[in-house]
Design a binder for this molecule. Structure first.
Ligand code: C2E
Ligand code: CA
Ligand code: CA
Length: 887
């Protein structure tokens, strides 16, 4: 705040004005040498009045009264000079009384102007104001007495009136000086206008005093220096009104500014005046006047007393300010701290609690004073909180302890706090435990979340791979100690999950994975662990698996639970999974057990998906076999190891063979016949399924054309989605000459789901060719009525899993019936029941109105020649039969 004392630079207008007056005044005085005429003083005085008038008219500063008085004062002073000059000019005798009256009026108005500009001093803001003013006054009064009034009294005797006039001016000078200093120290800013006005007043009074002394000593009061002094005073007063800072609002100084060193310097100097004068009188004069010494002594004593008073006031003020500042700071710390600060007694009764109590707990701080802190503690914490407080209170004084506790907020939520308790029992001010309580709920929650995240899958909330491996580790350790408890790991892999993700989007995929997670958990017992290992891979750890075979039961339970359709978006999806089971044997390692479960899961997929497979050491070999299989398969086509067999499709009413399904076969040079279930998944993985499928398509079309039969060709999802599929179909039809109606493309539901737009388009194009579309393995994939409606298929093939369960009462029965009804309502022209193995199943299907079927009961897949023989021998009207199958 010390900068408040800075004086701003003068602006150009008053500087130019002052310079002009100085140049003109000095020039005039030097060149014309006629100071006695008063023309110089009167002329430049008028110029100053005009300048001040212009300044005020232009700036309109406030307070209006103060500036009015200022202008009036200047005008009165200059008018006196002009009158004197004019009287001299016309040869009349100048009248000092008029001049002096105007001078007194001018000085009085100037004093009032200074007073009116001084901001209202508030006792609180400047308690030293009156004391300082008194010190200045005493100093100034003594000076005036000693140098101005006393010489008058001791000089040649004057008339009473003259004496009164003469002595009134020093008195006014004193008053003006005090008022000026009051203004100087009573404002926060040092405006140039204030400084100019004060300088003007000081110069005016100084020159007047000098003039008087010169006069008393018998010199000429009209000396050049005196005249120029008056000009300077008028110029300064005019400049004060001309400066832009005239508009400044003067504010009282800040408490800090009151202690400013300039004020102290002025005070000290003034306070030293009386003793110095006293000393001068005692030492200087051979015979000092008694009354002079008395006056100087009295002034010295007065100043001394005042200075002492001021000193004690100052000390008090500094003290209170320091204490206040400290208290303010402490209070702000407590009031604005986000930590809850509380004082409790050793019984835990709240004596004080800071406002943060409301923000942290939504509770009213005042309302809880006098209640026990444990009343808002979590029920589980009451006992420990009481103990903590008791312990804190029994520790040595001023020592702190730290603990955590949970408090209940007004809205019922539980917040965790870290508490630092300082034992201030017996302290003068606090006398209790000072508790600083920091809300660490968010920190704790975050920490818990982070550690949960590190070990859990964010999508399903199940354990992740790391935690799962850890749990398996623990289980295996325990098994080593307690051999009776067994450990099993289940690997659950969703079949064709990629199709859901690609077809319905990741949102649907995620929803499905979450549902799968929940269902798996529901199938488990309390001690078991479910985990998501990534993608569509889940795992389960079964412990205490005492009853043999329980793991398979649970695995099957999971499969069943997943098959129940899950609502995803606006449709329902049933999930098919393959599960591999591995039971720990000997001293199984975690890595080994997980790998075995993985191998078993792969076997389950290979065996036709949607099933459970228990690990058997032989599978380990088959896993390495797969690699070999891949290499061998890549050369199977060019080495003529593949061929196509045909399984007749029979009309269940007439018994006629209408067509067949083409099934690929691979005769491995070393391993003999390999079923498609074993190598098609491998071919799908490597992409080999595309050339193989194309080869089968060409083969089947050509042979069907030759046999005059219709044919169904299996198309893998990979092949279907590969570019150029449509072309290869039309080329196969064109090259073979098979009528398009003679070809049925068999696609699984799941394959249809990938990229529905493109699929729908492709299906439309196939149908435009005249090719028929069949949905294969219906009911085992992500079956959806919506899809059937959308794609408008021609044939639905009921999966053999349902046919196998046809016994009049089972689920398979109900499902087969539903599929038949649905097919009818959806204009599906043909329903083919697959895998009919028994008479009973055949009869049931016939009863249900199923028109077509295939299965070992009717015929195993046949070599081409056998099939052709069958057609020729058993079907005299081949063309007719084909037509039947096609309708
Ligand atoms: P799929 O399309 O469901 O073919 C019918 C499968 O059921 C054939 O097995 C057939 O031999 C078998 N089957 C027929 N009747 C019965 C029965 O009464 N009982 C039992 N248990 N099974 C019966 P296959 O030939 O081993 O083919 C298995 C799967 O391999 C086929 O299932 C099909 O998905 C795939 N596949 C076969 N050939 C090809 C092909 O050329 N291309 C593609 N992409 N996949 C093919
Ligand atoms: Ca098929
Ligand atoms: Ca099938």
């Amino acid at each position: 705040m010390g900068t408040a004392m800075q004086i701003r630079a003068l602006s150009p207008a008053p500087v130019a004005f002052l310079a002009a007056v100085a140049v003109v005044g000095t020039g005039w005085a030097l060149l014309l040498h006629e100071p006695g005429s008063g023309a110089l003083r009167a002329g430049l005085g008028v110029v100053a009045v005009v300048a001040a008038g212009i300044g005020l008219a232009h700036r309109r500063p406030t307070p209006r009264l103060a500036w009015g008085l200022h202008l009036g004062a200047l005008a009165a002073l200059v008018t006196g000079d002009v009158l004197s000059w004019w009287q001299r000019e016309v040869g009349a005798e100048p009248s000092p009384a008029v001049h002096d009256t105007l001078f007194v009026l001018g000085v009085g108005a100037l004093g009032l102007a200074l007073l009116a500009r001084t901001p209202e001093p508030t006792a609180a803001r400047d308690p030293f104001g009156p004391l300082d003013a008194a010190i200045f006054s005493v100093g100034a009064a003594l000076l005036t007495w000693t140098f101005l009034v006393d010489p008058l009294l001791e000089g040649p005797p004057l008339s009473r009136v003259d004496l009164a006039w003469a002595s009134s001016q020093p008195v006014m000078a004193t008053v003006l000086l005090v008022l000026g200093l009051r203004l100087l120290f009573g404002t926060a800013t040092r405006s140039p206008t204030v400084v100019l006005a004060l300088a003007g007043a000081v110069v005016l009074l100084g020159v007047e005093s000098a003039r008087q002394m010169v006069e008393v000593d018998g010199g000429s009061p009209d000396a050049v220096a005196v005249q120029l002094g008056f000009v300077a005073a008028y110029a300064l007063l005019g400049a004060a009104a001309l400066d832009p800072s005239a508009r400044d609002r003067l504010a009282p100084p800040s408490p800090a500014a009151q202690l400013h060193r300039w004020r102290i310097v002025v005070l000290v100097v003034t306070a030293l005046v009386p003793p110095v004068i006293l000393l001068a009188q005692v030492l200087g004069a051979a015979n000092p006047q008694r009354d002079d010494v008395v006056a100087a002594t009295a002034a010295t004593v007065a100043v001394f007393a005042l200075a002492l008073g001021r000193l004690s006031l100052l000390v008090g003020s500094v003290q209170t300010r320091t204490v206040q500042e400290g208290e303010d700071r402490f209070e702000a710390l407590v009031e604005y701290s986000t930590d809850v600060i509380s004082v409790v007694d050793s019984e835990g009764m709240i004596q004080y609690v800071s406002p943060a109590f409301r923000t942290a707990l939504g509770r009213d701080p005042e309302g809880h004073v006098g209640t026990a802190l444990r009343r808002i503690a979590h029920p589980d914490e009451v006992a420990t909180l009481t103990t903590h407080l008791f312990q804190a209170a029994s520790r040595p004084r001023h020592s702190t302890s730290r603990f955590e506790t949970r408090l209940i907020a007004a809205d019922g939520t539980i917040r965790e706090f870290e508490v630092v308790a300082a034992n201030l029992v017996g302290d003068d001010v606090v006398d209790g435990l000072a508790l600083t309580m920091r809300d660490i709920t968010d920190r704790k929650t975050l920490a818990a979340e982070l550690s949960h995240q590190a070990f859990h899958d964010s999508l399903t909330g199940l354990a992740n791979r790391a935690l799962f491996a850890d749990r398996v580790d623990h289980a295996l350790h325990r098994r080593r100690r307690e051999p009776q408890c067994s450990v099993a790991v289940l690997f659950v892999d969703l079949d064709d999950f990629k199709a859901v993700n690609d077809g319905l989007g990741h949102g649907a995929g995620d929803a499905l994975l979450r549902a799968v997670g929940q269902r798996i958990v529901r199938c488990l017992r309390a001690g078991d662990t479910a985990a998501r290992l990534g993608g569509d891979e889940f795992a389960v750890l079964l412990e205490d698996d005492t009853i043999d075979g329980q793991s398979t039961t649970i695995a099957n339970r999971i499969l069943d639970a997943l098959r129940v359709p899950v609502p995803v978006g606006d449709m329902e999806l049933g999930v098919v999974a393959s599960i591999g089971v591995a039971v720990a044997m000997g001293d199984a390692s975690t890595v080994g057990l997980l790998r075995d479960a993985d191998i078993a899961m792969y076997e389950a997929k290979r065996a036709g998906k949607g099933r459970v497979c228990v690990f058997d050491p032989a599978m380990r070999d088959s896993a390495s076999d797969r690699l070999a299989l891949q290499t061998d398969l890549s050369v199977a086509l060019e080495n003529d190891q593949l061929r196509v067999v045909y399984q007749p499709i029979v009309d269940l009413v007439t018994g006629l063979v209408g067509g067949a399904e083409a099934l690929v076969r691979w005769r491995h040079p070393d391993r003999g016949e390999i079923p498609p279930d074993s190598f098609i998944p491998v071919a799908e993985q490597t992409g080999l399924v595309v050339p193989i499928g194309e080869w089968v398509l060409h083969q089947a079309c050509r042979q069907a054309a030759v046999s005059g039969s219709t044919v169904g060709v299996n198309v893998s999802g990979v092949q279907f989605a590969a570019p150029g599929f449509l072309d290869s179909v039309s080329v196969a039809l064109a090259q073979s000459g098979l009528p398009p109606r003679g070809l049925t493309v068999e696609i699984t539901e799941t394959a249809l789901m990938a990229d529905t737009e493109a699929t729908a388009h492709l299906l439309d194009q196939l149908r435009a060719l005249g090719v028929r579309i069949a949905i294969d393995d219906f009911g085992t994939g992500y079956c959806s009525l919506a899809y059937l409606q959308r794609f408008a298929v021609d044939v639905v093939k009921i999966d053999r899993a349902f046919v196998a369960e046809l016994d009049g009462a089972s689920k398979g029965d109900r499902l087969a019936k539903t599929i038949l009804q649905m097919a009818e309502s959806l204009d599906v022209t043909t329903v083919v029941a697959e895998g009919i193995e028994t008479e009973e199943q055949l009869v049931r299907l016939q009863e249900m109105g199923c028109r077509k079927g295939q299965g070992f009961l009717l015929s195993r897949p046949l070599e081409l020649e056998e099939y052709q023989l069958l057609l020729r021998d058993h079907l005299p009207e081949v063309g007719e039969g084909a037509a039947v199958a096609a309708s």
